[in-house]
Design a binder for this molecule. Structure first.
Ligand code: BGC
Length: 487
């Protein structure tokens, strides 16, 4: 993280967002939210009291548009969806921030969920595609400009005023809905792809020159999906390698390939396939089974298996029969598949938890009071934590030496920090994995506790709340901020 703050890397990308919403923002704005699989056109009404309403149309992006030598089909597709949407909204004209009686064009915020180096709030350069997309012509070009060109071709009265990553958008939405006192630190996306954005001290963002405001902030797009692409610390199995080799962006987004929705189902499929070929199951699958089709298993299958639980073998068996068109699924088959699915999801959640811990440590929030002063109880707490860690190490060493632990009870748990130091570290989250996988957050928290600098006391201060569909609203919030700068 520190390296990316200091040098031009494809992670830790500055968003040029220098303040976060308070909840008091008002107005109606258009937003386009281009995610990994869908495109949403939204009209967002910010009520100015931390609430909002949206009217939106949602469209699946056709596969032939996601993978295409030319960028025209994608941006023409979005342009036409905007035109259709405007045609269904006849009374936009009177709205603040939108086209007014002087026939000003509508202002639109563009959420673009791909790795893009921003050059300002309203412009950027696409670094690479991920999540299976491949449109070579767009690399190095500005997504806002490409969208504006498509809009202009259709003669729509719309001007693209801001560009936002979905992680950044979700952070802004969470800040807006939770109000100024929550002081949201970060937002995490667990959708088709994964990413996190967080609030960094401007003085730490050394890769952006000429930014000097002493108490300033910058929202950073971490692009954590590509953390450790060099594979120095990430876990690695033959199935991970197989998945990576078959992907459109082999050798990149290595953490994403272990964490996000696009890949977890495929990892499970590759393992099931291996076991089927090794005759490890009682069950059989016909040639038409999804087990034999690339990307045939959706990540929601992992959530369904987890919900079925270990105690309801029949439910799990039925689920496997239906999803894989399998016959003669035994209880042992179902248990094995559930075990593997749990391991895949647990690994994903723990990697995300460890990465969130790194953001929390980098932010300094564990050591600072709300007014920015160092925490007086902090050194006491460190001693307590050190003692607890040493006791744990001692027990592990004894166990390794085969002596067993003479200390019957586990070490005394660390007391959570009290009073005003007990302040919440607020995190927004979006994506089906964290929303639907039953123990995803619990597993993330387990990993955060295992990071010594965070520990149980730090983990207890973390509040993770859903900021559902926050990315589109975030783009509208940015468009609102841009409109205030203009007026
Ligand atoms: C992209 C990020 C995006 C994330 C979640 C990743 O593949 O690189 O920019 O935020 O997916 O959509």
């Amino acid at each position: 993280m520190k390296d990316g703050l200091a040098h031009q890397r494809v992670w830790q990308l500055p968003s040029y967002v220098r303040r976060v919403p308070t909840g008091g923002e008002k107005g109606k704005f258009l937003a386009v939210d281009l995610g990994g699989s869908n495109c949403r056109i939204c009209l967002v009404n910010l009520h100015g009291d931390s609430t909002f309403t949206t009217i939106q149309s949602k469209h699946s992006v056709p596969p032939g548009v996601m993978v295409n030598p030319s960028s025209r089909p994608l941006f023409d597709f979005i342009g036409h969806r905007i035109a259709d949407f405007l045609a269904t909204q006849p009374d936009l004209c009177s709205s603040r921030g939108l086209r007014n009686s002087n026939q000003q064009p509508y202002q639109l915020g563009f959420t673009f969920s791909f790795t893009c180096e921003q050059t300002s709030l309203a412009s950027g350069r696409l670094i690479h595609w991920d999540k299976g997309w491949d449109i070579p012509e767009a690399i190095g070009r500005d997504p806002c400009q490409m969208l504006q060109d498509a809009i202009d071709c259709l003669r729509l009265p719309v001007v693209v005023t801001v560009l936002a990553n979905d992680g950044v958008g979700t952070l802004l939405t969470r800040s807006y809905t939770s109000g100024p006192t929550a002081s949201t630190l970060a937002a995490i996306i667990f959708g088709t792809g994964t990413n996190a954005a967080y609030v960094e001290k401007l003085s730490n963002v050394r890769r952006v020159s000429g930014e000097t405001k002493p108490d300033g902030i910058m929202v950073m797009n971490t692009e954590w999906g590509c953390f450790d692409d060099q594979m120095e610390v990430l876990p690695r199995t033959s199935f991970d390698d197989e998945l990576d080799r078959a992907s459109a962006d082999s050798g990149t987004q290595m953490m994403e390939k272990r964490v996000s929705g696009l890949y977890l189902g495929e990892l499970l499929r590759l393992i099931i396939l291996d076991l089927l070929r090794g005759n490890a199951f009682t069950m059989t699958c016909s040639n038409a089974s999804r087990a034999f089709q690339r990307d045939g298993i959706d990540s929601s299958f992992l959530s369904e298996l987890a919900k079925a639980g270990r105690d309801h073998a029949e439910r799990a068996i039925q689920l496997i029969e239906d999803t894989l068109s399998a016959e003669n699924v035994s209880e042992a088959d179902a248990q094995a598949i559930q075990l593997i699915a749990t391991a895949i999801a647990r690994r994903a959640a723990r990697l995300a938890g460890a990465s969130l811990a790194s953001i929390i440590i980098q932010s300094g929030r564990l050591e600072m009071s709300p007014d920015g002063a160092p925490e007086p109880e902090y050194s006491m707490h460190r001693i307590q934590r050190f003692t607890s860690d040493m006791a744990l190490l001692w027990r592990r060493l004894l166990r390794l030496a085969g002596i067993g632990s003479p200390i019957g009870k586990p070490p005394v748990p660390i007391q959570p920090l009290k009073s005003k130091w007990d302040n919440i570290i607020d995190i927004g989250a979006d994506g089906s994995l964290i929303e639907f996988y039953p123990s995803f957050e619990t597993e993330m928290r387990g990993a955060m506790r295992d990071v010594p600098e965070v520990g149980p006391a730090g983990e207890q201060r973390v509040r993770i709340s859903m900021a559902k569909d926050g990315s589109g609203v975030g783009a509208a919030l940015m468009a609102q901020a841009a409109s205030e700068v203009e007026t």
